[in-house]
Design a protein around this ligand. Structure first.
Ligand code: FEO
Length: 411
């Protein structure tokens, strides 16, 4: 698609973004069934122009054509860059070259990244954060510090006169529809929640912080960096993010025991561990065979788990693929507060258990320093008792016992 029309989305605020209907995988990890859009905006005032974000470099000529319909480059006073990932910052170096008198506004965390992106130390830029604002002509833009949504440097901003929130990637959808506005496009609800799950879910606590800032504002319209502009029920989307990110209040801890087994030895260990876990008050344990668990269910179960135990055999000196698939899913999770360990039966060397424990530590799970539960071949009665005791000890730690001493010494 190549739509050169600019669209006024609010009084003197224009959409100058582009539609990428061909993209089918985004950031390697996300499916984009009908493409995406790289949204960018332009604010017109009597004293000059504010450009809000850029687009992927492959689309920059289309972006510049749209921009040129609305202004001359020397009219641009500010360029606001909410997020420096290449899908939005690809066109920023060329934009800076073209509008030499404009000042670039980024978060403090973005400063070094901006220099690296432009390959220059002499950029006319200023850093902005919550409570800072700029006024140009009739428009006042207030900045909001919203880090880790989903990169360290991400921020949002709010145009006071239009009650318009530029949310960055927050509230985005990989959904390509040139009708652009929420009430005119097709049903994008699946894309909205899928986007949250894959981009924002690992940063739930930061989502909660951002929502606290957004809730102080009167918002008539949300202009995100991807997908439809939310002009009909913007509050609905804020409430959805609130719901997605709020902690679940449970009267018990959820423990998930995942295992993979060749000869039922690791499975029998998992079963005994489960029995040990279930004997501890305040724990609800469940056991899952990784051979029959698809990725979406893995993510859902992991997300809801307070404690995670992974049982793996060792095959050719490694953990088998379904175990690594489970670990790959963890990139979509907030690991804060989650406790994990590994166990398994092995024939020759048993490295897989150590590998999984190392990986859990790298992923910033809390890994309590318990005795390694590695059993050669078929577990004996005594070894099954060790499994039971392992489950009890892990769940006591999950319940908070001994946790302060053991965790800090290990992580
Ligand atoms: Fe849409 Fe994080 O870039």
């Amino acid at each position: 698609m190549n739509n050169n029309n600019v669209v006024e989305i609010s009084d003197n605020i224009f959409f100058i973004g582009v539609f990428d209907s061909e993209i089918r995988t985004f950031d390697i990890i996300m499916k984009t069934a009908n493409g995406s859009s790289y949204n960018a905006y332009l604010i017109k005032t009597s004293e000059g122009i504010i450009v809000v974000d850029g687009v992927k470099i492959e689309f920059q000529e289309e972006y510049f054509r749209k921009l040129e319909q609305l202004c001359q480059y020397d009219e641009i006073k500010y360029v606001i860059s909410h997020h420096l990932e290449p899908d939005h910052a690809g066109s920023i170096p060329e934009l800076i070259k073209r509008c030499t008198s404009a000042k670039v506004l980024v978060s403090p965390q973005a400063a070094n990244m901006l220099k690296a992106l432009v390959k220059s130390e002499s950029i006319n830029f200023e850093t902005v954060w919550t409570n800072k604002s700029i006024t140009l002509g009739e428009k006042t833009v207030q900045f909001l510090t919203t880090p880790y949504l989903h990169w360290p440097e991400t921020m949002s901003s709010y145009v006071v006169e239009n009650k318009l929130l530029f949310s960055g990637d927050v509230f985005g959808s990989h959904y390509c529809d040139e009708r652009l506005f929420e009430e005119q496009v097709g049903d994008f609800s699946y894309a909205f929640s899928y986007y949250y799950d894959h981009i924002m879910r690992p940063f739930k606590s930061y989502v909660q912080n951002a929502i606290k800032l957004y809730e102080k504002l009167t918002i008539d319209l949300i202009a995100p960096l991807h997908g439809p502009i939310l002009n009909h029920h913007p509050q609905k989307y804020i409430q959805l993010y609130k719901k997605y990110s709020e902690p679940t209040h449970k009267s018990h801890k959820v423990l998930s025991i995942f295992y993979l087994t060749s000869y039922k030895n690791t499975r029998n260990m998992a079963q005994k561990i489960y029995e040990g876990c279930e004997s501890v008050e305040g724990i609800v344990a469940n056991v899952y065979d990784l051979a029959s668990l698809d990725e979406q269910n893995m993510i859902k179960i992991l997300d809801e788990s307070d404690g995670i135990l992974i049982g793996t055999p060792t095959i050719n000196g490694d953990a088998p693929k379904p175990v690594w698939d489970l670990l790959c899913c963890m990139m979509f999770l907030e690991k804060k507060g989650k406790i994990a360990q590994a166990f398994g039966s092995y024939g020759w060397s048993g490295e897989a258990i150590d590998m999984i424990i190392d990986r859990l530590k790298f992923l910033h799970f809390k890994v309590p320093p318990m005795n390694l539960l590695k059993i050669k071949l078929i577990p004996t009665k005594e070894e099954l008792q060790e499994c039971f005791d392992f489950g009890v000890e892990f769940c006591e730690i999950l319940n908070g016992k001994m946790i302060e001493i053991t965790m800090t010494s290990n992580n």
